[in-house]
Design a protein around this ligand. Sequence first.
Ligand code: DGJ
Length: 533
Amino acid sequence: MPRKIKSSGSRKIDGMPRLVREGQRTRLVVGGKPFVALGGEVQNSSASDAEYMAGVWRRLAAMHYNTVLAPVYWELVEPAEGRFDFSLVRSMIAGARAQGLRLILLWFGTWKNGESTYTPAWIKRDLKRFPRGQTEPGRNTRAVSAFSQACLAADARAFAVLMRFLRADDRHHTVIMVQVENEAGFLGAARDRCAAADRAFESPLPKRLAAAMVAQRETLHPDIQRAWSDAGGRETGTWREVFGAAAEEIFMAWHVAEYIENVAAAGKAEYPLPMFVNAWLNYGEERPGSGGTQPGVYPSGGPVARMHDIWRIAAPSIDAFAPDIYSPWFKEICRDFVRNGNVLIIPECKAQTAAAHVFWAVAEHNACCFAPFGIDRPHPWGPSIPSEAPGLADSYRMLADMLPILAPHLGTPRVRGILQSGDERDTLTVGGLTVEIDYERKLADAIAPACGLIAITGANEAYVAGRGFSARFIRPADSREQIDILLAESGDFVRGRWKPRMRLNGDDTCGKWIQLKFLEAPEARRGVLYTHA
Ligand code: DGJ
C-alpha cells in the first residue's frame, strides 16, 4: 500500500470540473456549465519542449479546438527521488490558458503503452526495489510489475504531488480532467509470471470481487458471465477455478486496476478532478465481438470493454474508461464503451476521419471529450498514422457554436448522430419522430464519410447539421398523419443563438427534405415541422 499522503483537499472549490450523473446521462460540467472537450492529443514528446508548445497552443486555438490533451512525464517531474519539477506543467497551463484552451493532462507514470518507459531513471535502474513484470519466471519485461508495492507507493506519491500542484489552477480550471497512466496492462503474456504474481494467482478470489459480482450478476459483461458460468459459476476458489480460461486477463485487470485505484485516490485526495483510464483495444481490423486479439498482444488486464465491470469494482476513483480508437469499427467501439453508464471519452482516435467521427461521438453518445491523436506534428512512424485532420476545424466550430442550443438535449433521445458506414440509406428515430437519411454518395470507404446530427429542440423544431446527406421526417407506421416541412432555413449559430440566412423552399426542400448534400464544410438547417391528415 502506498504511504498515506496528508490531504489538503478539503476546501470547497467553485466551478470545479465534475462529471455529473443526471438520470441516464452523464455530463462534464466546467465552471457550472456543460462542456464538451473538442480536443486533440499532442504527440508523445511534444510537451517536453515548452518553446515548441507555445506555437501549438496558438495553432490549435485558431483551429477551434477548445481542449488539448498533453502528457506529464514522471521521468521529468521527479528526476531524482523526492525532488519534483513542475516547470513544464506550469508552462503548459499558462500557454493553454492564454489561448482560452482547457487541458486534459495524461499522467505517463508506471504505464505507457503497457510498459514503464516513462518511469524515472532511479526506478528503471533499481530492479531489486522495483521488480519487473515477467512473461515467464525469470524473464523480465520493460514494465514494472503491478505487484511492486514500492513502485505503487512512488507513483502514488508523485501523482499526489502533481495533483497538489494543480490546485494552483483552481480559480481558472484550465485543467479539467486527468488520464491516470496510459494504456495500462501487461504485454507479452496473458499475465505477469513474477513470483508475487504467481502467489496471488494461486490465492482465493478477493471476497470484495466475488460479492460485487454476485450483486451485479445480471449486468456483468456477457464475456465475464460466460467465463464464470463455463467454469461452474463458483463464488469462491482460485482465479482459475472461478474463471477458467479467462482467469489470467481478469486477474490482471483486478490487480492493475487496484494499483491504479491507489494512484488515483492519492491524487484525488489532493485535488479531485475527474479521472479516467484509456485502453489499448483488443481488436484492430477485426470486428468487435469477433473474439479479437489475445490478452498480452494488447495489454492484458487493461480497461477493454469486457473488463469494465472488474475495473469498476476495483477502482472506484476512476470515473471513466476511454477507448483509443485506431480500428475501423468506430461505431461498434463507441457502443461497447457506453455500456453500464460509462461516459464516453475518446482521448485518441485517427485524425484522418475525426471530422466525421466527432459528430457521432458527441451527438449519438453524448461524448464529453473527443480527441484525435498526434495533431501537432507528423507522427514519428511516418504517414501510417496521419496527423492531418481534414475538415476538423469546421466540425469543431459548428459543434462549439451549436452547443448552447444542443447541450440541454445531448444524452437524450432528442439528439441522434449521423455517420455513413456503407448503406445508402438509414432510418432512425429522434425525439419520437422517424427520419429517413439519404446519403449523397456511396462514401463507405471515403476518408470523410457523410456525417452530422439531428436535434429536436422544441415541439416541432428540428436542427439538422452536417454534410453529405438529406433528411426526411416520415410518418410513423402506426399513424395516419403525414409530416411535412412548414418552414426551413439555412443559417448559423452565433453566440449560442440561431441566426437564419436563407428561407428554403422549392427545389431546396421539395416540401419534405432537409438537404445538406455538399461534402465540404458542414452546414446547418433549422426546420419547423407540421403534421396533417
Ligand atoms: C497509443 C498511445 O496511447 C499513444 O501514446 C501513442 O503511442 C499511440 N498509441 C500511437 O502513436
